[in-house]
Design a protein around this ligand. Structure first.
Ligand SMILES: *Cc1c(COP(=O)(O)O)cnc(C)c1O
Length: 395
């Protein structure tokens, strides 16, 4: 069988403004790092890059944990790695579910034969620690798991109260920080997180493909005390950690160029500084909300529980969800996200993650949305840009 190579075009998608739930806009420096020469995965130069990446990740997670590495694979591989190494059949696992990613953690737990204790919470809201306390009462769960930033709804769950409940119960505290890392504080040691994973394409603004992960000593002890081997060879951290540790024992080939990319993305985060970065996410979020509300639209999540990097906007009466998103992409080059689950067709999800969280993007989205909605005959207030400008001018 023959194929005609001319049927296959050069990869040239053109530019977009990525304001969905991820990936976010990738800065040119990261793309450039990605294109550096591919060298051997045990080359001394590459080994020094691995070390630097780990140092940067420990800083970003605010942890001293030795096992702090980028897992090969996207955020879900980080999730899988955390659970597959800590859950053995019959282990009790408390999973908080207030959106799609909590559901995914529950699914992973069951696939591993864990005894799932599911704490269901309303979507679009933070997890109520009291509900977790009730679920844990009278039990000895091995793990309490929560999603810090629920990307499916835009709700932020404060970690400290749930960490305290896990600690009192003698359980490991497992956190999904895929969307929060790099946009709001994820203080692993201070909060007392035992297992945490993230992704590269959300607030780190690196292409998808790696999952930063960190395990505390307590989690490492639990891993060492397993009665059975982790049922997944590729993500078995007892072996992967030997490759990232002093031994450099080959396990699987690190995705060399992706390591260049995450290292560069982390260098950019360090250059900006954590506090400045979190403040930038917050002001862009506030400006977006001010503009959205000036148009007469409303946000899904109550103000005190909102994430800065993922903004769920209720679709106004008379607006055609698909047509609006289609026009944003076609006429303005802007990608936003649709609603999921019970919010399908009810909300738009606007990401302000990492490099995307900039004033010009907030202005672009507000003006684009305003003009598209007007063209569809939806009554919207004017003054969105003015309202957003006011927020920016205060900083
Ligand atoms: C995106 C995301 C994931 C999954 O990450 P992938 O990179 O898509 O595999 C997991 N949890 C949360 C909260 C996310 O936002």
């Amino acid at each position: 069988m023959d194929i005609d190579y001319r049927e296959f075009r050069d990869a040239d998608p053109g530019s977009r403004v990525l304001m969905g739930p991820g990936p976010s806009d990738v800065p040119p420096r990261v793309l450039q790092a990605l294109s550096a020469p591919c060298i051997g995965h045990l080359d001394p130069y590459f080994l020094s890059m691995m070390d630097e990446t780990q140092r940067l990740l420990r800083w970003l997670f605010q942890t001293k944990n030795a096992l702090t590495i980028p897992v090969s694979g996207t955020g879900s591989a980080g999730m899988e790695a955390a659970f597959v190494n800590l859950v053995e059949p019959g282990d009790e696992v408390v999973v908080c579910v207030n959106g799609v990613f909590g559901m995914r953690m529950a699914d992973v737990t069951e696939r591993l034969g864990g005894k799932l204790i599911r704490v269901d919470q309303p979507w679009g809201r933070a997890v109520d620690p009291e509900a977790v306390r009730k679920a844990v009462k009278g039990r000895k769960p091995k793990i309490v798991a929560v999603v810090h930033a629920e990307t499916s709804t835009g709700a932020c769950t404060p970690l400290e109260p749930i960490a305290a409940i896990a600690r009192e119960a003698g359980a490991l505290f497992l956190v999904d920080a895929v969307t929060s890392l790099g946009g709001i504080a994820v203080e692993v040691d201070k909060v007392g997180i035992d297992a945490v994973y993230s992704g590269t394409q959300k607030c780190l603004s690196c292409p998808p493909g790696l999952a930063p992960l960190s395990f505390s000593d307590k989690a490492m002890q639990a891993l060492g005390a397993r009665k059975t081997k982790a049922p997944n060879w590729y993500l078995d951290l007892s072996m992967v950690s030997n490759y990232w540790g002093a031994e450099r024992k080959y396990h699987h080939t690190a995705p060399i160029n992706m390591i260049y990319a995450i290292r560069e993305a982390l260098r950019i985060v360090a250059e900006e500084g954590l506090e400045a970065r979190f403040a930038r996410h917050l002001v862009n979020h506030k400006a977006l909300v001010a503009g959205i509300e000036a148009m007469g639209l409303s946000m899904l999540v109550p103000a005190a529980e909102r994430l800065p990097m993922l903004n769920s906007i209720r679709i106004p009466e008379g607006a055609d969800d698909k047509k609006v998103r289609g026009a944003l992409l076609k006429d303005f080059g802007i990608e936003i996200g649709s609603g999921l689950g019970e919010f399908a067709g009810k909300i738009w999800r606007v990401g302000l993650m990492g490099h995307t969280a900039r004033q010009k993007n907030v202005f672009l989205l507000l003006s684009a949305l305003q003009s598209i909605l007007k063209a569809q005959g939806v009554k919207v207030g004017s003054g969105a840009i003015e309202a957003a400008s006011k927020v920016f001018s205060k900083v």
